[in-house]
Design a binder for this molecule. Structure first.
Ligand code: PRP
Ligand code: ZN
Length: 296
């Protein structure tokens, strides 16, 4: 194995809600690696980069301690590591737009809940004791926290606790366990983090290139390319309708004086309503196409 400092290391979740989307994002930056199902380390074929698949809870720590240089982690896990492991949390350098969920307090459906004061003196089971403790302190609620690393949702049924504080995404787990969410403690999504440890020039360049490509992938995700024909006189109105577009490209149409083709990148969603408004403004042959890659 090559010495550690010769390859950049990216930590991702080995299993769980972020695992698949994290690997997909890395692949979309053009990096190729073979995926063995249980491989701990995925070696990128044509760049000095390794992808390390680790436990969710370890990612923030690994990046903070320089074991890995970058990490993809839920904001919840990052914040929890900062509070309970007392690490200098690595910097968040991008919000990745997937793995959205929230840390919520939930109580059994048949229990009345009139607000936070009802949690005074209660016992709350949680996978995120650090974040929950801070939240309760901020709200001035004294409650006991029972730390659980999994299956938090069964705690009320087993009389381990009267309430829980756990991640909720679709809400199916709460429903299945007869619980209802009553407070939102933290909104979370996947974020890209970077450690502050020194890298040699070559790896600095490798990292910069990877990060530029991540930016490109994120930008192209929400963006569409729009094309249409229009009378030149309608250009101002069309420019106003296009959502999140910079200066459009305008080219004359051969053999049709006064008519132009308009091309633009739209950085926001383009709805049917937008296309209808463009048509009313005089546009025709409107095409909306996805963007595969983008470099800004
Ligand atoms: C989380 C959380 C809930 C579930 C919520 O667990 O602890 O169990 O997801 O998702 P839902 O609202 O879509 O049902 P996760 O699957 O991450 O695994 P773990 O609890 O075993 O760590
Ligand atoms: Zn769970």
């Amino acid at each position: 194995m090559e010495p550690r400092e010769k390859r950049l290391r990216i930590a991702v979740q080995s299993k769980g809600r972020l695992a698949e989307a994290s690997l997909q994002l890395i692949e979309q930056t053009g990096l190729r690696f073979r995926r063995g199902k249980d491989d701990l380390l995925l070696r990128v074929e044509d760049a000095p980069i390794d992808v390390l698949r680790v436990r969710d809870d370890d990612i923030a720590n690994f990046v903070a301690k320089g074991v890995c240089d970058l990490g993809i982690v839920g904001r919840n896990a990052l914040e929890e590591a900062r509070l309970t492991d007392r690490i200098d949390a690595p910097d968040v350098i991008a919000e990745l737009g997937f793995g959205r969920c929230a840390l919520k307090i939930a109580v059994p459906e048949n229990v009345e809940y009139g607000g936070l004061r009802d949690l005074e003196g209660a016992r709350i089971a949680s996978s995120h004791p650090g974040i929950l403790r801070r939240y309760l302190d901020e709200k001035g609620v004294r409650a006991e926290i029972v730390e659980m690393s999994g299956s938090v949702e069964v705690a009320p049924r087993l009389h381990i606790a009267t309430a829980i504080c756990d991640l909720v995404s679709t809400g199916a787990t709460l429903d299945a366990n007869g619980l209802r969410a009553v407070e939102t403690v933290l909104d979370s999504e996947a974020v890209l983090v970077q450690g502050g440890w020194p890298l040699n020039d070559r790896l600095l360049e490798v990292r910069a290139r990877f990060l530029t490509r991540v930016d490109g992938v994120l930008a192209s995700r929400g963006s569409k390319y729009i094309m249409m024909n229009a009378p030149e006189s309608a250009l101002d109105e069309i420019a106003e309708i296009l959502p999140g577009a910079e200066a459009p490209t305008v080219v004359p149409l051969a053999g049709r004086p006064g008519a132009v083709a308009v091309h633009a990148v739209c950085k926001e969603s383009v709805f049917w309503e937008t296309l209808e408004r463009l048509k009313r403004a005089g546009a025709s042959s409107i095409l909306l196409v996805p963007i595969e890659k983008m470099m800004i």
